[in-house]
Design a protein around this ligand. Structure first.
Ligand SMILES: *[C@@H]1O[C@H](CO)[C@@H](O)[C@H](O)[C@H]1NC(C)=O
Ligand SMILES: *[C@@H]1O[C@H](CO)[C@@H](O)[C@H](O)[C@H]1NC(C)=O
Length: 226
């Protein structure tokens, strides 16, 4: 009986945490254009990166094979956009959320196309029962509970800038002996192409084991004049 109660409690907690992982956007943050955004807990903030914890979430994804990330991403973006604007069996319109994720393989060769996976976050109303896509190139991805190393940058997420910031982040992660999955990273975009100012992008590496945190989250201390 206690066991039932216990498993019941766990189920309740899991449902609660699943709901809280996609939520209203917060105007004080960088996620400003969509009604709902991916939520996270900030574990710590270093000078060169921050560590966040993400709860499990469901995404709609599609793969594109391309020589250049931009080309692959544009193709995949169109398919996903069609899905949320009605190309699904229920014919429903689904609100755009943020961010948009591009899974980028770490090793790409100039003479071979790479597989880029683009994903849209499903809004909270569709996390559990997303409409079935009419395009069979779309599928659902269940992102596990994860800690990620994050580096943020402004401007446009281009192949070159994305690689540069991925490189700068891994350089720092090596320096602090942080362990992460070295086979891929995520390019993370928060803004529509129409937004011109204060654009926000990120690079993510998924941490393996306990993340290396330089210290607890602290308010930046005012520099003291000496
Ligand atoms: C937005 O987020 C900040 C920092 O995470 C928090 O202090 C603030 O209360 C939030 N605002 C709203 C309206 O949720
Ligand atoms: C790293 O990611 C790849 C691709 O998603 C996966 O196949 C592999 O198992 C991961 N490695 C570890 C150690 O989790």
């Amino acid at each position: 009986m206690f066991r039932d109660l216990y498993t019941g409690l766990i189920a309740v907690v899991m449902v609660l945490s699943a709901e809280s992982s996609v939520g209203p956007s917060n105007s004080s943050s960088f996620c400003t254009e969509s009604k709902e955004c991916l939520q996270f807990d900030l574990l710590c903030k270093a000078e060169e990166y921050e560590v966040r914890h993400y709860s499990p979430t469901r995404w709609v994804s599609t793969d594109a094979e391309a020589y250049f990330m931009g080309v692959g991403a544009a193709m995949a973006f169109r398919r996903l956009f069609q899905y949320i604007t009605g190309a699904n069996e229920e014919g429903v319109q689904i609100e755009m959320t943020a961010p948009v994720l591009v899974k980028i393989p770490e090793e790409t060769k100039m003479w071979e196309p790479a597989i880029y996976t683009l994903s849209f976050l499903l809004p909270s109303a569709y996390q559990d029962n997303p409409p079935t896509p009419t395009n069979d190139k779309l599928y659902f991805t269940d992102m596990p509970d994860m800690d990620v190393y994050v580096r943020s940058y402004g401007g446009w997420m281009l192949s070159v800038t994305s690689r540069l910031h991925a490189h700068l982040l891994t350089r720092e992660l090596h320096r602090v002996h942080a362990l992460y999955n070295t086979s891929y990273h995520y390019g993370v975009g928060y803004d529509s192409p129409l937004k011109l100012l204060n654009r926000h992008n990120e690079v993510w590496y998924v941490s393996e084991g306990d993340p290396v945190c330089p210290g607890p989250v602290e308010k930046p201390t005012e520099p003291t004049n000496t």
